[in-house]
Design a protein around this ligand. Structure first.
Ligand SMILES: [Fe+2]
Length: 333
């Protein structure tokens, strides 16, 4: 066999704005989905995959390119999706599972199934496939997704778990112009480190604790896992693992390097304020993320995000899924 040098396609542009015709085509394809994501998760995903074949060809090409080579920022945002006119007021907690009943979430599901397949995590909102992310007055100051008045610190999703998702998807039923989803692609981040620092970042020198929402389920909740490297993957397309809150270095040098990673993120990150009709896809191995603080009014019109998780291959999770074959059992996370 002779080796050929393949040229990598250009990175996907972050923002994909649907034309009115394309938006109508997405809405039409998604409208055929009848299953509810939280009550009939497997059927919802099957119908969403089916609908994904009828999405506009330009959208499909863009999402598949994002899946292949990633984007400049580590996220891709599809803008201009149809949001239900009869959307109810933003709830004050995620307990009711309101987002799953919208037409908008069906559009998200169809697009998500170009990337892989959706799964739930038992420790995240009880394993619901679609979770309501809303500002909860009781959790305003926490490091949880329902916080608002503090910045959500830099992390990659579920850094402590081998069962982490490949993508986090955030769909905005309502936005807030002051709430920024921060992201920072690993390929941009490495430009700010010396060769020696990059070599160290690829060594297993960081331990991590388990996230609070998973602890009640885990047999050994206070376990410290690791050591892990912060960087892995190809040099020209690196993967990153980080959590500002949960991770620490095994030596003073390693801790200082972790601090530099966080400072670099704060100085150079990209930010995107989700507006109604936006769907953001976050490339979890290729980018770290966080969220700015913002000030909710708790008046029913606050930011309302439908969140989901996508894995590229559900088979790798098989031994750790509940009987519904869609929910990762928290005890193994
Ligand atoms: Fe996150």
């Amino acid at each position: 066999m002779t080796a050929t040098t393949a040229t990598r396609p250009a990175l996907q542009q972050t923002l994909f704005e649907l034309t009115p015709d394309q938006a109508a085509q997405v809405r039409e394809a998604a409208s055929r989905i009848t299953a509810l994501p939280n009550e009939q998760a497997d059927e919802f995903c099957r119908q969403a995959l089916d609908a994904s074949f009828d999405l506009p060809v330009e959208l499909r090409k863009a999402v598949l390119n994002f899946s292949d080579v990633g984007s400049d920022t580590g996220i891709m945002v599809v803008r201009g999706l149809h949001v239900d006119e009869d959307l109810v007021d933003t709830p004050l907690s995620n307990s009711e599972g309101i987002g799953q009943r919208t037409e908008f979430v069906k559009e998200m599901g169809a697009i998500a199934h170009l990337l892989g397949t959706m799964v739930g995590y038992q420790a995240e909102n009880g394993g619901r496939l679609i979770q309501d992310m809303v500002p909860n007055p009781k959790l305003a100051m926490t490091q949880q997704s329902q916080s608002s008045k503090v910045e959500l610190e830099a992390h990659t999703e579920q850094c402590f778990s081998d069962l982490k998702p490949d993508y986090v998807i955030l769909g905005a039923l309502r936005g807030d112009p002051n709430a920024f989803t921060y992201c920072y692609a690993a390929h941009k981040f490495v430009e700010h480190f010396t060769e020696d620092e990059l070599r160290q970042l690829r060594e297993p020198r960081w331990m991590t604790q388990i996230d609070d929402s998973f602890k009640p389920y885990i047999p050994d909740p206070n376990a410290v896992r690791g050591p892990y490297p912060i960087l892995t993957g190809p040099e020209d397309d690196p993967y990153i693992l980080i959590d500002q809150d949960l991770m620490h270095g095994v030596t003073k040098d390693a801790q200082e390097l972790l601090d530099k990673v966080v400072q670099t993120y704060v100085a150079h990150r990209d930010g995107h304020a989700l507006q109604a009709g936006d769907m953001l896809m976050l490339d979890n191995p290729r980018a770290m993320h966080g969220r700015s603080q913002y000030t909710p009014r708790f008046d029913g019109k606050d930011r309302f995000i439908a969140r989901g998780f996508v894995v590229r291959d559900r088979r790798r999770l098989w031994p750790w899924l509940l009987d519904d074959r869609r929910t990762v059992a928290a005890q193994y996370s």
